[in-house]
Write a protein that binds this ligand. Structure first.
Ligand SMILES: *Cc1c(COP(=O)(O)O)cnc(C)c1O
Length: 406
C-alpha cells in the first residue's frame, strides 16, 4: 500500500473526520501543521463573534457586564475544567496570559511553602522560554536558588530526574506536561507525587496539552496549572489563559497582583484589598471577553467529541507522521527529535536535519505548507486532532522531503 493509500484509508476510518469541516479554511489546499501554535478558527466563531458585537456589546452596552460577562471567566473556566482538564467546578478561571498567570501561581505557591530552609525553585533546561525567564525573575525578586534539571532535548523530564532534583530544600517545581520542542509527554501523576513526597508544590504548564491529551488534574492531586487557549483550543491570537488552583489551596492562598476584579465585591470600590473567595481571587483586571467567545466554540466541540476520542486520534496522527518520517525523511539523514512511543508524546513531532533552516520553513509557507521552525535545525509538525487530516500530514511532509538533497 502506498503512503497516499494509507492516508486515505486512515481518513476514511477516522471517527472524528467530520469535525474538520467545522473549521474555516479546511477545504483549501493548505497543509496546516501549526495548530499547536495557533489553532484554526471554527466557522461558528465568525457568527458567534458577530452576534456578540451586534446583540451583546452593541445591544446591551455596559449592562452586558452584569448580565453575562463578569461571570464568564468562571463559567468558561468550569467548562474547560470539565471538558479538558479533569477538574471539578470552582478551581479554574480564564484570565490574563499564560505568562502572567504562571507568575501569579508560582508566587502564590512560594508564599505557601518557601522558607529560609526551603528556598529552591526547580525547573528544566528545555522548558518554554517564558517559563525559564519568569522563574529567573522570581528567583531574583525573592532571593531563591534555581535548580535546573538537564532534560534530553529529544525527550523530556523524567520522574527519576525530578526525584533527584527535589528534597527538603525544594519549594516549587515548574514543568510543562508536553515539551514544546520534542513533544515529550511527562508523567504528570508520578511527577506530581514525587514533588509532594519532597514536601514541595508543583505548577504545571499545560499549553501544549490542553486539548490534545487527557489530563486529570484533580485525580493526580496537582496543586496549580496554567495554559493557553489559542493553541489546541482555538481561542484566537492572544486569547486569555487559564489558571487552575486545587480546591485544597483556595482558602489559604493569595496571588500577588491585587486588582479590583479579584477583590471581594469589585464594584464596592472600597478602601483596601480583600480577595474574593475561591478561584475568583485569582483574577486581577478586566477579563478579555472576545477571546472567551471563540474558545467556547471549541469547548462545546470537545465535550461532544470527548478528550478520550481526541487523544486517540492524536496518537494515530503522530504515529502516521512517524511512519511518513521513516519512509521519506530518515533515508535522507533526518532525525526524529520526539519519543517514538505514542504514549510518551503529545500531538506534535519534531524533525531535525542539518539542511533545515528558517529559510526552509519560509519556502514551505510560500507553498501553503505550514509547520514551524525550531532552532537550531528542527521543523515542528503540529497535528490538531479536530482539524488535521491524515492527507494533510502526508502532503506537508512530502514537501519537507522535497526540500532536502538526496
Ligand atoms: C505557547 C506557550 C506559552 C505562551 O505563553 P503566553 O503568555 O501566552 O505568551 C507558555 N508556555 C508554553 C509551554 C507554551 O507552549
Amino acid at each position: 500500500m502506498t503512503l497516499q493509500q494509507r492516508a486515505e484509508e486512515l481518513d476514511s476510518h477516522d471517527p472524528l473526520a467530520h469535525y474538520r469541516h467545522h473549521f474555516i479554511g479546511s477545504d483549501a489546499p493548505v497543509s496546516y501543521l501549526d495548530g499547536n501554535s495557533l489553532g484554526r478558527p471554527l466557522k461558528r466563531t465568525a457568527d458567534d463573534v458577530a452576534a456578540f458585537i451586534r446583540d451583546d456589546w452593541g445591544g446591551r452596552l455596559i449592562r452586558g457586564w452584569d448580565e453575562h460577562w463578569l461571570a464568564m471567566p468562571q463559567a468558561i473556566g468550569d467548562q474547560l475544567g470539565r471538558a479538558v482538564l479533569g477538574a471539578a467546578p470552582g478551581q479554574t478561571i480564564i484570565a490574563d496570559s499564560t505568562t502572567v498567570v504562571l507568575y501569579k501561581l508560582i508566587r502564590a505557591a512560594l508564599a505557601a511553602v518557601a522558607s529560609p530552609d526551603r528556598n529552591e525553585l526547580v525547573l528544566d533546561t528545555e522548558n518554554f522560554p517564558t517559563d525559564r525567564y519568569l522563574v529567573e525573575g522570581i528567583a531574583l525578586e525573592e532571593g531563591l536558588t534555581l535548580r535546573w534539571i538537564q532534560a534530553d532535548p529529544a525527550a523530556g523530564v523524567t520522574v527519576e530526574q525530578v526525584r533527584e532534583a527535589t528534597g527538603p530544600r525544594t519549594a516549587v517545581v515548574l514543568l510543562s506536561q508536553i515539551a514544546y520542542r520534542s513533544g515529550h509527554l511527562a508523567d504528570l501523576p508520578a511527577i506530581t507525587a514525587a514533588v509532594h513526597d519532597a514536601g514541595a508544590l508543583v505548577v504545571w504548564d499545560l499549553c501544549h496539552s490542553a486539548g490534545s491529551v487527557e489530563i486529570g488534574l484533580d485525580e493526580a492531586g496537582v496543586d496549580f496549572a496554567a495554559g493557553c487557549t489559542y493553541k489546541y483550543l482555538n481561542g484566537g491570537p492572544g486569547s486569555p489563559a487559564f489558571a487552575y488552583v486545587n480546591h485544597r489551596h483556595l482558602p489559604s492562598l493569595n496571588q500577588p497582583i491585587w486588582g479590583w476584579m479579584g477583590r471581594k465585591d469589585a464594584f464596592e470600590m472600597a478602601a483596601g484589598y480583600e480577595p474574593a473567595a475561591g478561584i475568583r481571587g485569582f483574577l486581577s483586571g478586566t477579563p478579555a471577553i472576545f477571546g472567551m467567545i471563540a474558545m467556547k466554540g471549541t469547548l462545546d466541540l470537545v465535550e461532544e467529541a470527548s478528550m478520550a476520542a481526541i487523544r486517540e486520534k492524536s496518537e494515530k496522527l503522530t504515529a502516521f507522521a512517524v511512519e511518513v518520517f521513516d519512509a521519506l525523511l530518515a533515508p535522507l539523514g533526518a532525525e526524529l527529535a520526539t519519543p517514538r512511543d505514542p504514549a510518551r508524546r503529545g500531538s506534535h513531532i519534531t524533525v531535525d536535519h542539518a539542511e533545515f533552516t528558517k529559510a526552509t520553513v519560509e519556502a514551505l509557507w510560500d507553498g501553503d505548507v505550514i509547520p514551524d521552525f525550531r532552532a537550531p535545525h528542527g521543523i515542528r509538525v503540529g497535528l490538531s486532532p479536530l482539524s488535521t487530516s491524515f492527507r494533510e500530514v502526508l502532503q506537508g511532509m512530502e514537501e519537507m522531503r522535497n526540500r532536502l538533497h538526496a
